[in-house]
Design a protein around this ligand. Structure first.
Ligand code: PLP
Ligand code: COI
Length: 378
């Protein structure tokens, strides 16, 4: 058996400072209020960004928080051609007492490191990831909205930032954290959405990049998503690439089905599915809500048959952006015929209980019994 290559790791021995550069500009409070009134899902980016550079010779260096601005790149930069890029997604939550919190940010740091290894990018140490995120929070605290389910969505990103057209791993890489205010990803977090099931397109295959959070996975899902939109579907449920018989995940969220007797079923992540932090959190907290969990392969035929028989009554999508979004129906087109499998209780008891337990922990309205929340010191 081949020994996997060692990932490119941190060449420096010091932790990275992410200090705010002097004399940056700040958006006026009146303009911020206008943005908060209709932020979309990060239609506006906040005043600052955290950045760091990695080169093969120097390792990670030149880390700082600076003005959010266009990034200077030529069109010959490798990321535009070969897509050596990874990213993360997490949120700042502003609580009623005006403190700002992160949810399991170390899990994002660890997933970014796993994605980096798969895309042959340099690993950013967990402590540096956490410093970068907190530093941006301190600089742009005014951009974290309050009220309803409004949050500030952070997007850490790492990419091949070197101009060359040979196919090889970059020797110059940029890491950045950008972000801005975000309303719930779907218009109203509790309105059930329709999901398009595809057995034509695949999101990931064995040995591929399905478990990594890399841009290519999302680009390859766009066509299926647009096809689904013609059937009024908001997301696509992908099946396994080998047989197209087993449920995997949605383009940007994990998938759960719920039986009428309170059992959550979700497929094992095993390499082709993104290891969602929300998914993991739901599996952890479900037993305290009297729900059982089955992490096992779920075939489309079992799913459709048990929905039709009234045994699977709820299903939901979950993720940082989607939180817990109830599913109204699964739509499939077979030989030109549209089949719709409607969930009997799309916004049922289990979906509601999980959703409120999770958001109550995130906004500090419930005991953080798992130690998931971290305060951002301002
Ligand atoms: N699956 C995909 C493909 C995603 O893009 C996301 C979103 O991050 C998830 C699942 C859910 O992951 P998490 O709960 O960590 O946000
Ligand atoms: C997230 O939930 O953080 C994602 O990256 C998913 C995307 C649909 C915004």
């Amino acid at each position: 058996m081949l020994t996997p290559l060692e990932p490119v790791i941190y060449a420096g021995s010091m932790s990275l400072p992410f200090e705010l550069v002097e004399n940056t500009r700040r958006t006026a409070p009146e303009r911020l209020a206008e943005i908060f009134a209709n932020p979309g899902f990060v239609d506006y980016f906040s005043d600052h960004m955290a950045v760091a550079t990695w080169t093969k010779a120097e390792g990670w260096h030149d880390s700082k928080v600076e003005q959010y601005r266009p990034w200077p790149m030529t069109l010959g930069t490798a990321v535009f051609h070969y897509g050596q890029e990874i990213f993360e997604g997490l949120k700042f939550y502003r609580r009623a007492d005006d403190t700002i919190w992160l949810f399991r940010p170390e899990a994002n740091a660890q997933r970014l490191a796993r994605s980096a290894q798969r895309l042959d990018l340099p690993v950013l140490p967990e402590a540096d990831f956490l410093t970068s995120v907190r530093a941006l929070g301190r600089a742009d605290a005014a951009w974290v909205p309050s009220g309803g389910e409004m949050s500030y969505y952070l997007r850490p990103v790492m990419f091949a930032d070197e101009s060359f057209l040979g196919v090889r791993s970059a020797m110059r890489v940029t890491y950045a954290v950008v972000g801005g205010p975000a309303a719930p990803y779907f218009a109203d977090g509790l309105t059930p959405v329709n999901i398009y099931v595809t057995t034509t397109y695949s999101r990931a295959g064995e040995g591929g990049t399905g478990a990594a959070k890399c841009g290519g996975n999302y680009a390859s899902a766009l066509l299926a998503q647009r096809e689904g939109a013609t059937y009024d579907c908001s997301q696509v449920l992908f099946t396994d690439a080998a047989t197209h018989e087993y449920v995997e995940e949605l383009g940007g969220m994990n998938f759960f089905a719920v039986t009428k007797d309170g059992c959550l079923i979700t497929p094992p992540t095993s390499g082709t599915i993104l290891e969602g932090i929300t998914r993991d959190s739901i599996l952890t907290l479900a037993p305290s809500l009297g729900l059982t969990c089955e992490v096992r392969p779920l075939s489309l035929s079992e799913l459709f048959d048990r929905i039709s028989a009234g045994e699977i009554t709820e299903a939901f999508a979950c993720g940082t952006a989607a939180v817990v979004t109830p599913i109204a129906s699964l739509v499939q087109v077979v030989d030109g015929e549209l089949a719709r499998y409607s969930l009997a209780a799309p916004c049922g008891e289990a979906t509601r209980a999980i959703r409120s337990q999770l958001i109550d922990i995130q906004w500090g309205r419930r005991d953080d019994m798992y130690g998931w929340m971290q305060k951002v010191e301002l």
